[in-house]
Design a protein around this ligand. Sequence first.
Ligand code: SAM
Length: 254
Amino acid sequence: MSSEEASASCTIDTATGKEAPAEISSQRVYEIFSAIAKKYERFNAISSFGAYKSWLKGMIELAPITEKSSILDIAGGTGDVSFTIACSAHPAHIQITDLVPEMLEVAKTHYDEGAGCGVPIDFDVVDAQNIPYPDNSYDIVTMAYGIRNMPDRGRALSEIIRVLKPGGTLVCLEFSTPPNPIWRALYNFYLKHMIPFWGGIITGDKEGFVYLSRSIKAFPDQKSYAAMLEDAGFHNVSWKNFTGGIAAVHTAVK
Ligand SMILES: C[S@@+](CC[C@H](N)C(=O)[O-])C[C@H]1O[C@@H](n2cnc3c(N)ncnc32)[C@H](O)[C@@H]1O
């Protein structure tokens, strides 16, 4: 991406969705995830209402992975997506990346303990808004709960499409918006009042859960996120809802 394009793109505060300097969100996300890295897996179970394993399974079923696939996992965190793919689909290679080294350190420990099921996996600290890999490098890009935390989503999606091979697929799991108004109202109540309370008690990290709640509320719904993917140049964009739309997996082709 040229510097003109980069400066033209709009950055937001990921907790509100309002225009703001990127540093506000980048610094906050860095502080949250470096602090919770060691307890992130417990945090994930609570924040996804215990459903993260079934959502992850749904995500992987939608990814056209073969044993020849070269996969880039963006915002890979402690490696859940990569290790689940490694053990279920045995691709040729996985590159796990994340902004926060502490998260990748946990992933590396899991890998050293055999979580990669023999698949070659490499680890790099990478900001998805500035990916240091050549154009047309990967068959599949995966991203779970990553894009919501990025202040320049347009730029991240441009970077992802750039590194995908022509015909390659982005598979993205993210919290979303339940279409049914009653389910949505119940969910919003739970998100605002229950998640920070219980999350704070169980992990001792209320701030992370308050941010989680706000960032989910501020994230575009399924249709709006699909439009962002199309604006970035993807085609064949579609999504599948999970748990009545609390989460959705978008797939998009280069
Ligand atoms: C909720 S965790 C998800 C981790 C993993 N994908 C999973 O499913 O368990 C979000 C991750 O996004 C990472 N992240 C946030 N902003 C990022 C950015 N700009 N570039 C790359 N990773 C980022 C955080 O460090 C964190 O590890």
